[in-house]
Design a protein around this ligand. Sequence first.
Ligand code: FES
Length: 288
Amino acid sequence: MWEYSDKVRELFLNPKNVGVLEGANAIGEVGSLSCGDALKLFLKIENNRIVDATFQTFGCASAIASSSILTEMLKGKTVEEALTISNKEIAGALNGLPKEKMHCSVMGQEALEAAIRNWRGEPAATQEQGGEIVCKCFGVTKALIVKAIKKNNLSTVEEITNFTKAGGACGECKEKIQAILKEIAGRAPGGVITDLRIKPAQNLANPLPLTNIQRMQKIMSVLEEIVRPRLKQDGGDIELVDINGKTVTVALRGTCSSCHASKLTVEGLVQSTLREQVEPDLIVKENM
Ligand code: FES
């Protein structure tokens, strides 16, 4: 289970600037639902200054909090000032993110750059987004990995996974990621990047496996204290129907029960939240 700062918890439960922005003249979209995280950033720019910003996201607590804080950081800035915001600053404004969640701050920065390109009438895909795909699971290119390494001084495959998600699923691309690290270290003066080992995938489960009773108690408490309040803000609700081993069956209520798109998002939200807060291999199903 990851430790979140109070700021991340606060913005996950009460995100600011959510939704479509009327009159937006700059829209940046990154990620995809099939990859687990997606962010759409809306900006209203007047006289080269960002006067308003909102977002829509499909993602975990860190993605929601990162997007929310980014919109706050953007308001009032000129386009040039906004483009200097780094993913490190986004994470810093949240008083830190778990290292496994740094890719959420990167997603915010990518969405910002995409929105500015949109405003300037430039092509949507950057050099980082085009080019050779290294990680097929998450569609991450070599150029994006190189950029993340250089901007954040990354030195291990595990760190690259944390910042870009590359390598975080089947793991088949890890050898290629290691080769990129080696290539960059070879070019770096003095061999700054020295640790090229592929670290074993981090065991996200608790050191001691949960008993069935402990799992049930934790699932119930996360649904009650985190998920329900979040859904209720949008007129939805959730009921726990059954817990069978690692499979959690829920019933969606209110607006969540009638909208197909919303249901997909809600199911993803519930599963990702339970995986973060309880156990990484839980499966959430909806009681039809
Ligand atoms: S190809 Fe990169 S994790 Fe599967």
